[in-house]
Ligand binder design. Structure first.
Ligand SMILES: [Zn+2]
Length: 61
């Protein structure tokens, strides 16, 4: 991964240079941290999971 270039985060939709690539989709470091911190019982958690699931479904299609 080229850390110099900016990528569009799949979670927040912002252009960021720092982050990780999961199944060819970029997640910025801020959103990654938020996902890691988010408890399974947190209301936000299903939103993250839903986005990830849609992504994986697209790849499997
Ligand atoms: Zn983000």
């Amino acid at each position: 991964m080229d850390r110099q270039s900016e990528s569009c985060c799949m979670i927040c939709g912002e252009m960021k240079s720092e982050g990780i690539v999961v199944v060819h989709q970029f997640i910025c470091s801020g959103c990654e941290q938020e996902i890691v911190r988010t408890d399974v019982k947190d209301a936000k958690y299903p939103i993250f999971i839903d986005r990830m699931r849609k992504l994986w479904m697209q790849l499997q299609a």
